[in-house]
Design a protein around this ligand. Sequence first.
Ligand SMILES: *Cc1c(COP(=O)(O)O)cnc(C)c1O
Length: 361
Amino acid sequence: MAGTPEAPKPRACVGEIPAYVPGKPPTARPGLTAYKLSSNENPYPPLPGVIEAAAAAAAQMNRYPDMGCTALYDALSERLGVGADRLAAATGSVALIYQLLQAFCDPGDEVVYAWRSFEAYPIAVTAAAASSVQVPLTSTFEHDLPAMAAAITERTKVVLVCTPNNPTGPSVTHSALVEFLELVPSHVVVVVDEAYVEFVRGGDPVDALALLAAYPNVVVTRTFSKAYGLAGLRVGYAVAHPPVAAALRAVSLPFGVSSVAQAAAIASLAAEAELLERVDKLVDERRRVVDELTSQGWELPAAQGNFVWFPLGDRSVEFAEAAGAEGLSVRPFAGDGVRVSIGEPEANARLFEVAARFRTM
Ligand SMILES: *Cc1c(COP(=O)(O)O)cnc(C)c1O
């Protein structure tokens, strides 16, 4: 046969998947401690009991993990007061969003979400061959829930609500979410992505589990990566009505959540009081960061996660470079803004210096 043999071709959507830009590690400079404030990680190391549980599980690494995540479901079930048939665990809550889109979207179906929001959303939607409908945030960098409701068409299968919104920071209120859910057709799945729920201190906070009782189309996703400090182990979960949870489990990767991750997550739930003390410290630190930056003259959106957002527009990359030169790795979104995670007090103090100097540049 003449000519070049035909090469294998992925689905057209694969070529359209935007790249995920991970937060960069900081560049070390002699004599200067470098800090990574670019991935919203927990600056605290894991609690001792958690490391021991993970190590004990690691000693059994010749065996597959419990595919049913039985002990983890039991622990979550007790902690959340929901039946295990409402739970689905996966390798991070990002995986649950992929699974949800895979389970509910046919090619060309629409997924509505705010923009700017979590950068994994357009990637997951495109990978599912679904179509993104991005609804601009308000001038205060919040979800425009009425506009999102208005963006729903007969092709819409899923709506993603990120609260608090990564990377801008504001959270939606319970009453605003209820008003929104009243407008959403009952066959459209509404994901409430609560990756940062433990950090919320605003008034009228979302009670997502209560919403589940009234709205069977709600799916709550949470993660052990942020407040619980297990980002490196990859474990998150969804709470949903039993048929939705069953669909999420049906499309999951067999044996996806490792035994080390399952053990660490269970130990973290057992050590929750101690972990939540650390969350309180991070929230205090967030308050200190916002107060100091505000007194410098910065106008920042409400910060309800473990990060702050500098709406710097065209100067975003320049700010990230200025921070990088001082040993701080932050996360710029070119032309839009810069997200800076709340870190160790010394790292945050360094941020004050960078931010103050930048205002005079
Ligand atoms: C970090 C994050 C997640 C969860 O990440 P995993 O590590 O995959 O659990 C989900 N949603 C948002 C908005 C996040 O910022």
